[in-house]
Design a protein around this ligand. Structure first.
Ligand code: PGA
Length: 253
């Protein structure tokens, strides 16, 4: 049985004040939750404020981004060691916004994945197809390729100690959610694809769904056999909504 993970991706939102309110609300509400993993991913500049509140709680913290390089002359970047030093356990890699807006290629994402793992942190590796790709019936091909680039770099055990987030690009921030059946079909495909390299890791790896998950649809999605939680954008910005999604994960166990 896999432990569900609910991770909030706060993206570039909030001020120091509103983020403190948000994390206090999450930590308070999470006290009664158990049997699930909970994480929040603030903007890098808010990480220190957030880890101060989460210390000793059951809420972990992740970064949304990290530099592909370990240190040196990379103006404006934050290294994975810096992120780790501030108490993060997770790092999102390959989010579709980074891929499409900032031109991160499959190869760059795979290299970042390797850097995150090397520091002992847990990558939340995002994959998923665009609407065009879904309509062209190549969803599985696209996801398989994104995964295979990581296998090529890291070998058959690449996904040991990693999290995968299936996030259909057409569902992110659009209010259009994949139906539970659509999402389950891709999750099962992803798990099978990993199993071809290592069945044991495939059975253990948490595969999250992301893309307009909210308090209304979370339970139905997380009730699916291969959906092990969610990566939540918009709905993670209100602690009440985020906590309802965490509760849905708890009852899905
Ligand atoms: P959303 O974002 O929940 O707002 O669709 C999800 C994500 O980008 O991870």
């Amino acid at each position: 049985m896999r432990t569900p993970l609910v991770a909030g991706n706060w993206k570039m939102n909030g001020s120091r004040e509103t983020i403190k309110e948000l994390i206090n609300g999450v930590v308070e509400g999470a006290k009664v939750l158990n049997g699930i993993d909970i994480a929040v991913c603030p903007s890098a500049i808010h990480i220190a404020d957030v880890t101060e509140v989460t210390a000793g709680s059951n809420v972990a913290v992740g970064s949304q981004h990290a530099c592909i390089e370990l240190k040196g002359a990379f103006t404006g970047e934050t290294s994975i060691d810096m992120i780790k030093e501030f108490g993060c356990q997770y790092a999102i890699v390959g989010h579709s916004e980074r891929r499409t807006i900032y031109g991160e290629t499959d190869e760059m994402v795979a290299k970042k994945f390797a850097v995150v793992k090397k520091t002992g942190m847990i990558p939340i590796f995002c994959i998923g197809e665009t609407l065009e790709e879904r309509e062209a019936n190549i969803t599985e091909k696209v996801c398989a390729h994104q995964i295979d680039v990581v296998f090529a770099l890291e070998g058959d055990n690449a996904f040991e100690g990693a999290v995968i987030a299936y996030e259909p690009v057409w569902a992110i921030g659009t209010g259009k959610t994949a139906s539970p059946e659509q999402a389950q079909a891709v999750h099962a495909f992803i798990r099978q694809h990993i199993a071809e390299r290592n069945a044991d890791i495939a059975e253990k790896v948490q595969i999250l769904y992301g893309g307009s998950m909210n308090p209304m649809n979370a339970k139905e999605l997380m009730d699916q056999k291969d959906i092990d939680g969610g990566l939540i954008g918009g709905a993670s910005l209100k602690h009440e909504d985020f906590l309802v999604i965490c509760q849905a994960a708890q009852v899905s166990i």
